[in-house]
Design a protein around this ligand. Sequence first.
Ligand code: HEM
Length: 381
Amino acid sequence: MRRVITSDILSASMERRVQRQRAEEADHLIRFVYNQCNTSDNSAVNVRHVAQHFCGNMIRRLVFGKRHFSVAAGAAGNGSGPGPEEVAHVDALFTLVNHIYSLSVSDYIPAAWTWMIAGLDLDGQKKVAKSVMKTINRLHDPIIQERIHEWDGLRKCGDKREARDFLDVLVSLQDSQGRRFLSFDEIQAQTAEIMYATVDNPSNAVEWALAEMMNQPEVMHKAMDELNTVVGKDRLVQESDIPHLNYLKACIREAFRLHPYHAFNPAHVAMEDAVVSGYFIPKGSHVLLSRVGLGRNSDVWDAPLQFRPERHLMMNEHVVLTELDLRFISFSAGRRGCPGVSLGSSVTMMLFARLLQGFTWTKPPGAFVHSSSRNPLQVSH
Ligand code: HEM
């Protein structure tokens, strides 16, 4: 399945094919924030809401070819923001992500006891996960079913059409006998995985980068100078500008290093006995890589708690968001590393660069942005 995701869905050719959809979403973002500024009483914009829904809109567009579940929400216009179904969707995706990352007591009960406690759901996580999966499936299933029906019809007539979105890719795959390769359950699971894999990291990194820049106006000035030099004031920043926006990429790297979405990576299991840095790791161990431990390690990073994008410029001539040496975790590395590096980088950078270029951000009077805050960042345009 990982091969399908890497070579069919997240391939360079598919990424090019959905370029227009990504560009349109970046334009809708500007309209949405502009409308928020004009409608909200104190011009305050909830950056977390904006960033999370940009990612939600983007990934629904790329997977399903549409950003809204209901016709009514779509008819309200592209700058109008999410309708109730889109809000329920993004809430469910984030709840699911948080449960994937969190520790569950039952995972650490000795195997011999599990038959006794099976079904007890000691910490209640199973119940929450089931409930949000119900929401996600309620919203996804009709779209998947309709698409399967369409492609089965095409196959029957010996017809084909080009895959227009990620769901098309999943549904159109066929075996050597020309039958649909993936079952409904497999397509359902992959669709959900791609959705929740896309929403958390880009939105969190951009929110934190902006928050840190509120505290350090000189960093904001440098980023704006770079945008003015590379892009200018006569056009909006595009994906093709990203390779030249090294300072902005350094800001996002710094946000990944200092403020990862979650303290740990998803658990891996050791397939064999192994020795890492002198530590013996027996086969079957759950291995939890600490993102905070790596990113804030004072043996590696000078003044690790300070937000200093410059440190990434000193290390690289061409800044990228990946960190293959794992001095901090962005996309991780190796066989289980993230297959969505290219898409994830462009989604994150477009969100960040458009918010910076399109608006002047200040803290509301009296507000203090604390770098350990879990409250959504509220800033004025
Ligand atoms: C800034 C954006 C992103 C970041 C920082 C990021 C980061 C990560 C990280 C840290 C992992 C876990 C790696 C590990 O367990 O060692 C991961 C896994 C994964 N990511 Fe991403 N990701 C991003 C965007 C995306 C996007 C856009 C997609 C797909 C559309 C994606 C798909 C996946 C998948 C399928 C996995 C599971 C891989 C596996 O278990 O084999 N990610 N990502």
